[in-house]
Write a protein that binds this ligand. Structure first.
Ligand code: TEU
Ligand code: CA
Length: 553
């Protein structure tokens, strides 16, 4: 990549904070912004460059802050605008940037715009949302909410339905309305002026919806709206913008992230995160992951965005189960497999995202009762599936594997009461394994998952091959090893990962005489002889090869 096309976020690693579960500074059981400030030194030690802050705005919390009732103020449980300013200042001092969650596909039903819109058909805010007449006395059409049930909610007062692709307390905004769009630009500029460094855009591929044509994602005006947003808000600022797009393909990812089109820097694609569900079904319909499929999907994305666009790299977020429980091994090989998954991901081309707790190998919640799940999605799906006659044991098993609360249990800071997360009773049950899996233990052990992440993050700062090298998948049909190369000039990185518990031989055909160095491994005594390695359970190694130099270091 040309020098002048290089961007600060190409070399950055982002850390996502889900504030409610990160650190509680005042003992009310709820994580808060002051709590984040108190943990900035920890994040600095990990070495991350950017915090993506999940919503901290005013909200009735039907969907933990993804239902916003005031974009200009901070939820009192989390703090005040003064404390938010202090977070920006204190993180800036440590060289850490903040990007905010931008939730503009919908608002809360308690947002003043919606409270007005509901009043009458001719209210000036009516058209900020999407209303339709009943069809034969029923919902206008078949569109479904992602949280279960119809996407249409009836409003008695005006005898019309409004659309909501999430809970009925999250009415969708009408992006066809220019005044509405301008209100959003003003709000974004308010936050940009405050000194934030970018936005993560919640379900941004839905804003072009065309409900009458049953189109939810990738509507015909989506990219026009994003270009409009670019021009009116962050276009002149060097910010990081990442869109959450469940329905993205490699082709339309280029539309979002090709710099020439002036839209976003990158999107989160979820193709790889949907490989362990039955095709065409919901993610609650489980299936084993096939490693070969994972290799094909991730490689497809690496190849497609090599020249135009940019990838985001992630295994986890606040909606996904913990990766070590999902595709690693959260028993005997928890440490090895967590490091393997980290190595595999951070070796790729793109900007890596770490979700809080991933860096210490936190595991799924392991709740046994439906009452322990707080998430509105889980509660809705439970009712829907029970009513539809699904087997309760099967439903609970799918939650155990996939429920969003798996990622939302409080951060495990120490073996103290409530995992050191809070002095009071936490808002959500803590994973009982906190006595063993916690930050204090991780920092005491130089072989911990934490220090492996620290090393991977540091590598990205100095190793241009890691940032810009071209990706090439090796042994694409091997069912247990994921191996690939990254090349730039005469330098090459070879990333070799045993994805499973059984041992497996790996052969690497070395052509020209080269100098080889091992840059990272999850075993202390990995082999330098990369031509033929017997990989142990979850063994993962990155070699650096300098071609044309004879002899070895
Ligand atoms: O999530 C979008 C989304 O569709 C999924 O993550 C959703 O949780 C589920 O997989 C659908 O079956 C974003 C946010 O990340 C999520 O927390 C919010 O609940 C959602 O949008 C609504 O704002
Ligand atoms: Ca608190």
């Amino acid at each position: 990549m040309e020098e002048n096309q290089q961007k600060w976020w190409h070399k950055s690693v982002i850390y996502q904070i889900y504030p409610r579960s990160f650190y509680d500074s005042n003992g009310d059981g709820i994580g808060d912004i002051q709590g984040i400030i108190l943990k900035l030194d920890y994040l600095e030690k990990l070495g991350i460059d950017v915090i993506w802050l999940s919503p901290v705005y005013e909200s009735p919390n039907v969907d933990n802050g993804y239902d916003i009732s005031d974009y200009y103020s901070v939820l009192s449980e989390f703090g005040t605008m003064q404390i938010m300013n202090k977070l920006l200042f204190e993180s800036g001092k440590r060289g850490i940037k903040i990007i905010m969650d931008l939730v503009v596909n919908h608002t809360s039903d308690q947002h003043p715009w919606f409270l007005e819109a509901k009043k009458s058909k001719d209210n000036p805010y009516r058209d900020y949302y999407i209303w339709r007449d009943p069809m034969d006395g029923k919902e206008p059409n078949e569109l479904k909410s992602n949280f279960g049930g119809s996407a249409w909610e009836y409003d008695e007062l005006t005898n019309q339905y409004y659309i909501h692709f999430y809970s009925k307390q999250q009415p969708d905004l009408n992006w066809d309305n220019a005044a509405m769009r301008n209100s959003i630009w003003d709000m974004m500029n308010f936050w940009i002026d405050k000194g934030i460094s970018g936005f993560r855009m919640d379900v941004i591929d839905l804003i072009g919806k065309e409900p009458d044509k049953l189109i939810k994602e990738n509507g015909s005006k989506l990219h026009e709206y994003l270009q409009d947003m670019y021009r009116n808000t962050f276009g002149n600022n060097d910010l990081l913008t990442v869109g959450e797009t469940w329905g993205v393909t490699t082709d339309n990812a280029k539309l979002y992230s090709d710099p020439k089109r002036k839209e976003l820097n990158m999107v989160f694609q979820f193709e790889h995160m949907q490989l362990d569900k039955v095709a065409g079904k919901q993610r609650w319909d489980l299936r084993e992951l096939e490693l070969v499929e994972l290799k094909h999907v991730l490689s497809k994305w690496q190849y497609a965005l090599d020249q135009e666009g940019w990838n985001s790299l992630f295994w986890n977020n606040h909606d996904l189960p913990r990766i070590v429980s999902r595709w690693g091994n959260d028993g005997q090989y928890r440490v090895e497999s967590a490091k393997m998954l980290a190595t595999l991901l951070h070796g790729m081309k793109g900007t890596p995202y770490i979700y809080q707790g991933e860096e210490i190998g936190m595991t799924n919640a392991a709740f046994t009762s439906i009452d322990d799940y707080i998430d509105i999605e889980t509660q809705n799906i439970y009712k829907e599936r029970m009513a539809a006659g699904f087997d309760e044991e099967e439903i609970m098993k799918s939650f155990y594997m996939k429920a969003r609360d798996n990622a939302r249990t409080p951060m495990q800071w120490s073996a103290a009461d409530h995992a050191g997360f809070s002095k009071g009773k936490p808002w959500m049950k803590i994973n009982p394994n906190y006595t063993n899996i916690n930050v204090e233990n991780a920092l005491r052990d130089s072989n911990s998952i934490f220090f492996h992440y620290q090393k991977l993050i540091k590598m990205r700062k100095h190793n241009n091959t890691l940032v810009y090298g071209t990706y090439k998948l090796l042994d694409s049909e091997d069912t247990s090893i994921y191996a690939y190369e990254r090349s730039l000039g005469n330098k090459k990185l070879l990333i070799v990962c045993n994805f499973y518990q059984h041992e497996k031989e790996f052969y690497y055909p070395m052509t020209s005489p080269s100098e080889v160095e091992m840059v990272i491994s999850n075993y202390n005594d990995s082999s330098l002889n990369m031509k033929n390695i017997k990989l142990r359970p979850y063994e993962a190694i990155i070699y650096e090869i300098s071609e044309g130099e004879v002899g070895r270091k």
